[in-house]
Design a protein around this ligand. Structure first.
Ligand SMILES: Nc1nc2c(ncn2[C@@H]2O[C@H](COP(=O)(O)OP(=O)(O)O)[C@@H](O)[C@H]2O)c(=O)[nH]1
Ligand SMILES: [Mg+2]
Length: 418
């Protein structure tokens, strides 16, 4: 029986991450710099004293705070800045951090919830800043957000702020395809505030924020499971695509060696290591996968590439290409094709949509290749000829890029049809 084996450490599987993800939840704290994020965290830790409560700096910009009492970790970030350069760097770092949890199966770096802090004294919420929440947590679809109005010193401003926030969020959500999943708007004062020598505003709202957060834990956890699965697939897909692209480039180079077309055997080592690599990415490593790889190689190189593809290319009007170039293009195309096919199929196995042992691989692969043929032919039209009648090397790269694009487009269409 074919089983999906435990992957190497660097390729975790989403089921394992989800299983690990049973401890605390993580709250990512976002907001413009100076709005009071760090003060808020300190106040919460102070009010929930525990033997250990020290923040662990992850990068210069990100630190994780937790203690033994709180059922959630707080991830402090430096604030959104209006300077483009700095903002982009911070954005990238936070986005990277939030993907790393899945990539490295580090439960402390997953994102379950966001506290979006807004300085309650500034009386404005920019759409741009709301977009910032989305852009740094793009992969964590539907992550629950609590809007926290920090520095809520004035009673009057509190209700004005809440109304303003509601309007701004409504506006954002009507104008964007993927809305913000705002669960609540909570005003807080983290630290006593002296208005003048006689009047001070005491801390408030921290318990409300903590209770609401705890209340949202089950929902946040459920939402994160879906996100983890999607992120994991995205990472695996991109790893597979990198591998496939380099194999296709390698095959193109090999294919440029003058040989009778298509000499399948010369591509076998490249394609075998590519397919084994793709299988490994999806945690599939056993005899059954070897059999599948053999099938893919057989169908992919001999049947398909040899006849259909060459004929198709020759049928393109105006294409008059030297044999070696054709060789190269065909070698690249079929390797890319075999790679994409394996990526689609192994992904389906990983997702438990199909079972490794019960699939008619010959049929699956032939069908997929047939679907891809128009894309391949289209891509090959991008070959351009220089004044000496030779194909420009650069254009082969363009062909491969176009191929890769057409494959992914087809995949997407197929998934949509389902
Ligand atoms: N009195 C008082 N000051 C606050 C409060 N929240 C933030 N501040 C002040 O606002 C400034 C910026 O706060 P900080 O937490 O560093 O903002 P961050 O950049 O978002 O982490 C600091 O001087 C804080 O003392 C609060 O609840 N009460
Ligand atoms: Mg800070």
């Amino acid at each position: 029986m074919a089983v999906i084996k435990k992957p190497k450490k660097w390729i975790p599987q989403y089921e394992q991450i989800i299983a690990m993800n049973d401890d605390k939840i993580n709250v990512l704290i976002l907001g413009t710099s100076g709005c009071g994020k760090s003060t808020l965290i300190n106040a919460i830790l102070e009010a929930n004293k525990a033997p250990t409560g020290i923040g662990e700096a992850v990068t210069k910009e990100i630190a994780i705070y937790q203690n033994q009492v709180l059922p959630f970790r707080m991830i402090d970030t430096v604030g959104f800045e209006y300077g483009i350069f700095k903002q982009n760097r911070i954005k990238r770092d936070i986005a990277k951090f939030s993907m790393e949890g899945v990539r490295t199966s580090n439960v402390e770096k997953l994102i379950h919830m966001i506290w979006f802090c807004i300085d309650g004294t500034t009386k404005r919420i920019d759409q741009e800043v709301l977009g910032y929440i989305k852009s740094v947590t793009n992969s964590w679809k539907n992550v629950p957000v609590i809007v926290v109005f920090t520095k809520s010193y004035s009673r009057v401003e509190i209700s004005e702020n809440i109304n303003m926030a509601k309007a701004a969020i409504d506006k954002y959500n009507t104008n964007h395809r993927r809305p913000l999943n705002v669960k609540d708007i909570i005003p807080v004062v983290a630290m006593e505030y002296k208005i003048d020598n006689t009047v001070t505003v005491p801390p408030m709202g921290l318990d409300v924020l903590i209770n609401r957060t705890v209340e949202l834990v089950p929902e946040a956890r459920a939402i994160s499971k879906t996100a983890i699965k999607e992120i994991d697939l995205k990472i695996k897909n991109s790893m597979a695509n990198t591998l496939i692209a380099s194999a296709a480039t390698g095959a193109t180079v090999v294919g440029a060696i003058p040989l009778p077309i298509p000499d399948a055997t010369i591509l076998v080592p490249i394609q075998t290591s590519m397919l084994t690599g793709v299988a490994k990415i999806y945690g599939i490593q056993d005899d059954a996968s070897n059999e599948i790889i053999n099938t893919i190689l057989k169908v992919g190189t001999t049947t398909m590439a040899g006849r259909n593809l060459l004929n198709a290319i020759k049928a393109i009007p105006g294409i008059n290409v030297a044999a070696t170039v054709l060789n190269a293009a065909v070698a690249g195309a079929i390797t890319l094709g075999a790679g994409e096919v394996s990526n689609v199929l192994f992904q389906k196995v990983y997702n438990k949509e199909i079972e490794l042992t019960t699939v008619d691989w010959d049929a699956e692969i032939t069908n997929l290749f047939e679907d891809y043929l128009p894309g391949i032919v289209d891509a090959l039209k991008k070959l351009s000829i220089d004044s000496n009648g030779k194909v420009e090397l650069e254009s082969i790269g363009k062909v491969l890029a176009a191929l890769a694009k057409s494959f992914t487009k087809d995949n997407k269409n197929k998934q949509k049809k389902k």
